[in-house]
Design a binder for this molecule. Structure first.
Ligand SMILES: Cc1cc2nc3c(=O)[nH]c(=O)nc-3n(C[C@H](O)[C@H](O)[C@H](O)COP(=O)(O)OP(=O)(O)OC[C@H]3O[C@@H](n4cnc5c(N)ncnc54)[C@H](O)[C@@H]3O)c2cc1C
Length: 473
């Protein structure tokens, strides 16, 4: 019997699995999609918020502040990128300045580092800030990460240390037995952690009437090509409104810029199509920015915030069903809060229920091979050892065959074209995979010992090789 089963392999489920993998407990993660980070974690603003704006006294506020503290070390541990880029909250009217003043008071109370700048001072640092901006709250402790990289790395390291991941495994039925649960009539487990994002209430309903109801709020984005700081260097927020943090300009770890998101209730929980929301993003962004290079747009996407009617995160052991743990309603700032959520849920709720030992021979993962960051000498050495690193498959992002093979061969390795793209970036560039996708598919088929003609699409349309798609990793 498994000790702990985690339902959902987003950032929360993966970081909880990662923390538990440091013990000798038996941990299983069940994910309905063909990869990790396929829910909200795969499509968001990628920001580690400073903690300046969540409502006082909420779990969102508590976990945001602690998560911001934990991220730099977590990313060092997982060998993933963390960039302390800093943010500006930009006000351009007396009403907006009043909201900004409230945020400044919150920073003071919460000890969030900040500085107040005039419009002119801010424009010296960010020349494309709109002329109307008169006052700016600068937040140096804001960071950016690549959310799917953190999630994949956490799951890879968890699996290196014995955690089992089942992909393409949808939880459809849970029964409570005397001292354990039975999932889908086949998996026995002592404890369940419900990290199912937009479907948390469906999971709870399998055992009892859910104390919360999930609706998803869609956020749509434009992605601009590599501008490497020439358009914007910090994250730029407008002042927040009842609908959230507003439309942002966010530089990414890889030098692109994201413009978005809007915040509208989605037609259904899984509706992540882009549409009219992009018109809203286009008009709203001009309230904080000017000279916006829309001609450098290479991609659009949408993410879904799992919003619950209680308006806060819902994180606790169920009041009626012992050993059933809710990690629900994890909308923004859930990416930021996730390391703190994992810390609290593991150390204060799960681990006190078990007898366990900490692993002494814990295995660390190695970072993905990033040739962009290597010197010429290091690259030549790599190619000498393995010539496949000398063959460029993705010309836009300059990704070699060797890098693609590496991300497939690892624990929690890529099994789909999108999975390869998320791990090492072929298809993320200007051509959006037009040139390299067939080549990536060929390499995937070779690595997985499949016939390239033998493919089918997964639920989200990312090509999967049939037999391996169903296989446990
Ligand atoms: C537009 C947008 C912008 C955001 N920006 C930020 C930001 O900049 N900073 C920040 O801190 N937060 C941000 N967030 C919030 C953040 O992305 C989420 O809070 C976080 O990713 C939630 O992670 P999770 O693991 O709880 O859920 P998810 O990532 O949604 O994972 C849930 C997983 O459960 C799986 N699942 C569901 N049902 C089942 C089932 N029956 N069986 C098996 N598996 C199942 C799903 O497939 C999914 O993989 C943003 C969110 C959105 C949508």
């Amino acid at each position: 019997m498994t000790d702990i089963t985690i339902i959902g392999a987003g950032i929360c489920g993966s970081l909880i699995a990662h923390r538990l993998s440091k013990t000798d407990l038996r941990v299983l993660v069940l994910e309905k999609e063909s990869d990790v980070a396929e829910g909200a974690t795969g499509a968001n603003s990628a920001m580690v918020h400073s903690g300046h704006d969540p409502k006082p006294g909420t779990l969102k506020c508590r976990y945001n502040l602690r998560g911001n503290e934990l991220y730099p070390d977590l990313c060092k541990e997982l060998q993933t990128a963390y960039v302390p880029i800093g943010a500006f909250v930009a006000a351009g009217s007396p009403e907006e300045e009043t909201v900004l003043d409230k945020l400044i008071a919150q920073c003071e109370e919460r000890r969030v580092p900040y500085e107040v700048l005039s419009g002119e001072q801010a424009r010296e640092l960010e020349p494309n800030l709109a002329d109307r901006i008169s006052k700016v709250l600068s937040l140096p402790s804001t960071g950016i990460v690549t959310p799917f990289e953190v999630t994949i790395a956490a799951m890879e390291e968890a699996m290196l240390n014995g955690v089992e991941l089942k992909l393409n495994y949808e939880v459809k039925k849970i029964e409570r037995r005397d001292d354990h649960f039975l999932i889908n009539d086949e998996i026995e487990t002592k404890l369940i952690v419900n990290c199912a994002g937009a479907h948390c209430d469906d999971i709870t309903e399998m055992l009892r009437e859910s104390p919360y109801h999930v609706e998803t709020r869609k956020g749509e984005y434009f992605v601009l090509d590599h501008l490497n700081g020439s358009f914007v260097k910090h994250v730029i927020y407008p002042v927040p409104s009842a609908k959230g943090k507003g439309v942002l300009a966010v530089p990414t770890v890889h030098g692109n810029v994201m413009l978005g998101p809007n915040s509208d209730f989605a037609a259904n929980r899984d509706d992540d199509a882009t549409g009219d929301g992009l018109d809203f993003v286009r008009s709203e962004i001009s309230s904080t920015m000017k000279n916006i290079p829309f001609n450098r747009m290479i991609h659009t996407f949408a993410g879904l915030r799992p919003h619950i009617d209680l308006n806060d995160f819902y994180i606790r052991e169920d009041e009626q069903i012992p050993d059933f743990i809710h990690v629900a309603g994890i909308e923004s700032p859930g990416l930021t809060g996730a390391p703190a959520i994992a810390e609290d849920v593991c150390d204060n709720i799960i681990l006190p229920k078990f007898e366990y030992h900490r692993k002494e021979d814990y295995i660390r993962r190695k970072a993905f091979i990033n040739m962009e960051k290597m010197s010429e000498e290091q690259i030549n050495e790599l190619i000498r050892k393995d010539p496949s690193f000398g063959r460029i498959v993705c010309r836009c992002e300059k990704i070699s065959e060797g890098q693609i093979r590496d991300v497939i061969r690892r624990k929690c390795g890529a099994r789909t074209i999108k999975g390869v793209k998320m791990r090492c970036r072929p298809g993320m560039g200007r051509c959006q995979g037009g040139f390299c996708e067939p080549e990536v598919l060929k390499i995937l088929a070779e690595e997985l010992h499949e016939d390239v003609r033998d493919i089918e699409l997964d639920r989200k349309g990312s090509a999967v090789l049939i037999s391996n798609a169903k296989e446990e990793l």
